[in-house]
Design a protein around this ligand. Structure first.
Ligand code: BES
Ligand code: MN
Ligand code: ZN
Length: 488
């Protein structure tokens, strides 16, 4: 899909799309076009009432420079959110593909409605993201994505805005496309290969080096699979030399059977998505370098496959984590916190970062607490949490903070080791998992993002055009916004 800026005076398109406010009798921005079929347009406007999400197509004469007009309802002006243009643009793009068009045109809403730069990036993100389809393994491929022309009233700097939004959307798509891979096609070694395509500055730590260097969590969880564990470390240094980096850590369990504490079979296939945190980190690193951001960022992805077998780690085992603390294993299905604890401690020790952010499909409890549309966050630092909330508002990747105090830290104390890898019963499972992670680091500002509910589309997931079935790439847009704004 190619995207370019168009000129309303010279337009020639198979489909011209404009936005309509609720109960409005005008198509936003259509006044600049030389179009005569006013009575049909007026009647269609009346019929559709500009209701949010409604699309109406008016065919014009084949000979016309404009072959069809599409009116897209965006609802009440006061109720427009930062997601409206993104999700409606996605619907439009899917419609254009359904009609097998080669190209389509969207008129960006005028500035009185939304900042024009903002709406253009939302048009780009929405249409690109919603045209992605995971069809690698289908004999019949999805229709080719149509090209997009955007009409804007003020066009200075817009081409940069488009380029940037394209990079961001492509990185989300990259994250989705590796996260969607089935577990027989994506092992820790496969992820390591993907990481190397993103950056030359990538290190892979493998067995036996992992054991030798003391990565007890990654080694223990990984020992039950023939697909050996990898610790993937990507560095991006384009900020001031002496500026501390931001460290991003992502859980990448390429398949989580639960191990010896085997999961029930129902929907176990979805545990191919247990690598989504790591895929998010890879997507962010890709975008950061393509955007040539002037910052220092390190991505750390501990990757394992959690399998049951004669070599597997067991309930009852006591292991030593990278920071020297010992952990009693009471459930081999609580594996994410073990590999993350190693990665977090490593990131803090080697990079003395100014902030650490981790992403993980860590707990089913997070879905019970917050459902499948909001990620859970737990942090040790109010300032960085506030920044994440601000980015969340701007990107509509929703988060909600859960508390962590000493009482919860006490819930993971073990009789026989420094910690145990589960809390007490089912109580506050997301928080006790975070308490385990909290123990891995000292006082570096840290935010943990539990994406168990939001990393892929589940039964209760709110449908959005730009999140077709499968992995969502949650966190890529959120953290790119954070990185772009952290110095403000
Ligand atoms: N990857 C799972 C968490 C998960 C489950 C994410 C379902 C999304 C959907 C994680 O490794 C896990 O199994 N967690 C256990 C922890 C428990 C054993 C303390 C859980 O949530 O049940
Ligand atoms: Mn598990
Ligand atoms: Zn898991």
């Amino acid at each position: 899909m190619r995207i370019k800026i168009g000129d309303s005076a010279k337009i020639k398109t198979e489909l011209l799309c404009g936005f309509v406010l609720e109960n409005s009798n005008v198509v936003l921005g259509l006044g600049n076009f030389d179009i005569k079929t006013t009575s049909v347009i007026n009647q269609t406007l009346k019929d559709m009432e500009g209701k949010l999400g409604r699309l109406s197509i008016i065919p014009l004469s084949e000979k016309n420079a404009i072959q069809r007009i599409l009116l897209a309802g965006i609802g009440k002006k006061e109720e427009i959110t930062r997601d409206t243009i993104r999700s409606i643009s996605g619907k439009i793009a899917q419609k254009a593909r359904e009609l097998k068009l080669k190209e389509f045109t969207i008129i960006a809403p005028p500035t009185f409605l939304i900042d024009s730069m903002l709406s253009v990036s939302q048009i780009v993100e929405g249409s690109k993201m919603s045209l992605y389809k995971f069809d690698n393994f289908k004999s019949e491929k999805a229709e080719k994505s149509p090209d997009l022309t955007i009409i804007v009233s003020k066009s200075n700097k817009i081409s940069n805005i488009i380029k940037e939004a394209e990079i961001i959307a492509n990185s989300v798509i990259f994250t989705k496309s590796i996260a969607n891979l089935p577990p027989n096609q994506c092992t820790p070694a496969t992820l390591a290969k993907f990481a190397k395509t993103i950056s030359k500055n990538t290190r892979i730590i493998s067995e036996p080096e992992l054991k030798k260097q003391g990565f007890g969590g990654i080694s223990a969880v990984g020992q039950g699979s023939k697909n050996k564990p990898k610790l993937i470390v990507l560095e991006y240094n384009n900020g001031p030399r002496n500026e501390k980096p931001v460290v991003l850590v992502g859980k990448a369990v390429t398949f989580d059977t639960g191990g010896i504490s085997l999961k029930p079979g129902d929907r176990m296939d979805e545990m191919k998505f247990d690598k989504c945190g790591g895929c998010t980190v890879l997507g962010i690193m890709k975008a950061v370098s393509e955007l040539k951001m002037s910052i220092n960022v390190v991505g750390i992805v501990p990757s394992v496959e959690n399998m049951p077998g004669g070599e597997s780690y067991r309930p009852g085992d006591i292991i030593k984590l990278y920071n020297g603390k010992t952990a009693e294993i009471l459930n081999t299905d609580a594996e994410g916190r073990l590999i993350l604890a190693d990665a977090l401690a490593y990131g803090e020790k080697y990079y003395a970062p100014k902030a650490i952010i981790d992403f993980a499909t860590l707990t089913g409890a997070c879905i019970v607490a917050l459902g499948t549309n909001i990620a859970g966050i737990v942090s040790n630092n109010e300032k960085i949490t506030k920044k994440i909330y601000e980015s969340s508002k701007r990107t509509t990747e929703d988060v909600w903070e859960l508390p962590l105090n000493q009482d919860y830290m006490d819930m993971i104390k073990s009789e026989v080791a420094d910690m145990k890898n589960v809390g007490i019963g089912r109580a506050a499972g997301t928080i006790t998992a975070a308490a385990f992670l909290r123990n891995a680091i000292k006082d570096t500002p840290w935010v943990h993002i539990d994406i168990a509910g939001v990393a892929w589309t589940q039964i209760a997931t709110k449908e959005k055009s730009y999140n077709p079935k499968g992995a969502t790439g949650f966190g890529v847009r959120l953290i790119l916004d954070y990185l772009q704004n952290m110095k403000n």
